[in-house]
Ligand binder design. Structure first.
Ligand SMILES: [Zn+2]
Ligand SMILES: [Zn+2]
Ligand SMILES: [Zn+2]
Length: 352
């Protein structure tokens, strides 16, 4: 009995914005390096369809950055004949799209058949991030990583301009356990006719905050986290921190200091700073936990109305624990690494 009374409680924390709770299990707490394990290799039997020379194994690219004598030019694959091989970035339609463009433009008016049923109208693309098979953010050359960010922005612009698109999700799966079957460096873009739930909840909560305090909640979070124990890295443009209610061990967010609802208007200097931030953060994660699988995704707002109260950011979820019955059943989480420990380890692993 005495033992039970002596035991400190775990902390139950709520997300900054979402109605989402996580137990930070300090009693079972693990060190970040405990998660390092041998990498699960992706067995690729056939030729890599994303490598240079194999362009014919994919649908024609909807956008290419081509390296030409006068610099880098934006182009598309021809529908017939030879496809260029001098590309630096290649954006191709997904072969098995989750969301597809409407067959007739007017279909976009009728996506909702009933309150509960709509056609999955939108788009689904794959961004091949480099001609080099293994050029993932942790090891990428900075100019190449800048091109990846430019490609994100270009596709965001192109897809968000379509009348049937309400949201554009840009995300990256790395490693077999994080759900990818191809090991070539790539990201994905999915455009949807609805605003996804998590983003809508963030929009609603940040709007309420703005109504009450006349300021952006993310700007406040950035100021707070930049001077606290969860800071990992910051430069002139970005702050990297482990969020207070991280639901994944070693989770971190990259948030711009400049207030903006989307990254469509990033300047050249900001793109450079983001590339550097990505590289340093992912290299630190790779060094610390033996190149673990992860997923990352941007959160942003496309509607003009949100420009004062919403603030885009990138959320990174290392895949180091398995969500089981409790998590899947309740949407409530248990994290065995405190965000403060995660931040300290990552902060020490960042090599400038
Ligand atoms: Zn490849
Ligand atoms: Zn803001
Ligand atoms: Zn978010």
């Amino acid at each position: 009995m005495l033992r039970v009374l002596d035991m400190p409680y775990n902390e139950l924390r709520k997300d900054y914005l979402l109605n989402r709770w996580v137990v930070i299990a300090t009693e079972r707490s693990r060190r970040p390096t405990d998660f390092a394990k041998p990498k699960a290799e992706i067995t690729q039997t056939a030729a890599c369809p994303m490598c240079v020379g194999n362009e014919h194994l994919t649908p024609p690219a909807v956008m290419l950055y081509l390296k030409e004598n006068d610099g880098i030019n934006v182009a598309q694959d021809p529908l017939t004949g030879e496809r260029p091989k001098n590309w630096l970035i290649r954006v191709i339609p997904n072969l098995y799209p989750a969301y597809s463009p409407p067959k007739q433009p007017e279909d976009s008016e009728q996506i909702f058949k009933t309150e509960f049923l709509a056609d999955a109208i939108g788009g689904h693309e794959v961004i091949v991030e480099s001609p080099n098979h293994d050029e993932d953010p942790a090891d990428a050359e900075l100019p190449q990583l800048e091109l990846v960010i430019h490609a994100y922005i270009d596709r965001l612009k192109a897809l968000s301009a379509k009348p049937y698109v309400k949201y554009v999700s840009i995300f990256r799966n790395f490693g077999k356990e994080a759900g990818t079957s191809l090991s070539h460096a790539h990201s994905q873009v999915i455009a949807t006719p609805i605003v996804p739930t998590t983003v809508q909840e963030e929009l609603d909560a940040s709007k309420s905050y703005y109504r009450e305090y006349r300021k952006c909640v993310f700007c406040d979070i950035v100021k707070q986290e930049a001077k606290g124990p969860r800071l990992i890295y910051e430069n002139a443009e970005f702050v990297v921190f482990a969020p207070y209610a991280s639901i994944n061990p070693m989770e971190f967010w990259i948030v711009p200091k400049k207030h903006s609802a989307t990254m469509i208007d990033l300047t050249g200097a900001e793109v450079e700073a983001l590339a550097e931030t990505l590289k340093l953060s992912f290299k630190a994660l790779k060094d610390l936990v033996n190149d673990p699988p992860y997923n990352y995704g941007f959160h942003l707002a496309l509607n003009q109305e949100a420009k004062d109260y919403y603030h885009w950011h990138l959320e990174v979820y290392p895949k180091l624990s398995i969500w089981a019955g409790f998590e899947l059943n309740t949407g409530t989480y248990i994290n065995t690494v405190t965000p403060e420990t995660a931040a300290e380890s990552l902060r020490n692993a960042v090599k400038l």
